[in-house]
Each structure stands twice: as C-alpha cells, then as structure tokens.
Design a protein around this ligand. Structure first.
Ligand SMILES: [Zn+2]
Length: 123
C-alpha cells in the first residue's frame, strides 16, 4: 500500500514519500542552508577559492608574490595562510615581517608596457 507514492531521493537514494520533491527531507535541508549569512559565507568561500587559484597560477619566482602574501596573510596564522596561498609557513612569516609598501604592485600607476608620450623609446 502506498508503493506508488514512494519516491527515490536523487541525492542519497533513500525512498521517501514527499510528493513532488526530488529529495528526502534530510537532503532537502542540506541543499538549502537556512543560515541568514549563507550568502556572505558563499562569497567568502568563493573569494578564498579565487585567491588560492590566483596564487597557484603565479609563476614561482614572480616578484609580485611576496607583496601579495604580505597583504593576504594579514590576520591569518602562517600555517593557514601558507595552505591558502600555496607557499611554506616560513615564507609567509618572512613576507609578514617585511614592508612591501614600495612594491611596484602598489606603486605602478601605469601598465609596464604603456608608452608614455614624453619619452620616445628608440626602436
Ligand atoms: Zn536523501
């Protein structure tokens, strides 16, 4: 009796009788987090992911890496930052200590390959 009403959850494969739903109730709850800050959480997770991807694709000896590590590791312990920024904890500590306010990453106001009017480089 009631066999026709049984539905198979698309997520865990259990049978449930929630008509018109593809998921059982526990899975439905997991699919839709109800915390009010879930959007913020997702944004932060995405940003963390983006930063990690950026640091992973950086050339190993890029001179932009150190100033980025310096700024991005702020407020994080070096082990967490190292994990996130794809470098060693000792490198993070080294970058944290240094002052990178003069780094060209923060100083360059023009792209390096932009030719400015006043100087005509010899061809
Ligand atoms: Zn389920």
């Amino acid at each position: 009796m009631g066999g026709a009403c049984q539905r198979v959850c698309r997520n865990c494969g259990c049978t449930h009788s929630r008509k018109g739903h593809r998921h059982c109730w526990p899975c439905e709850k997991q699919r839709k987090p109800t915390q009010p800050n879930s959007t913020t959480l997702r944004t932060e997770q995405q940003l963390t992911h983006n930063v990690t991807e950026l640091m992973r694709t950086f050339p190993p000896h890029s001179h932009h890496r150190a100033p980025l590590v310096h700024h991005l590791s702020r407020g994080l312990d070096s082990a967490t930052a190292a994990n996130l920024l794809h470098c060693s904890p000792s490198y993070v500590r080294q970058c944290k200590r240094k002052n990178y306010s003069g780094a060209d990453l923060l100083q360059d106001k023009y792209a390096r390959d932009v030719k400015r009017q006043k100087t005509q480089p010899a061809v």
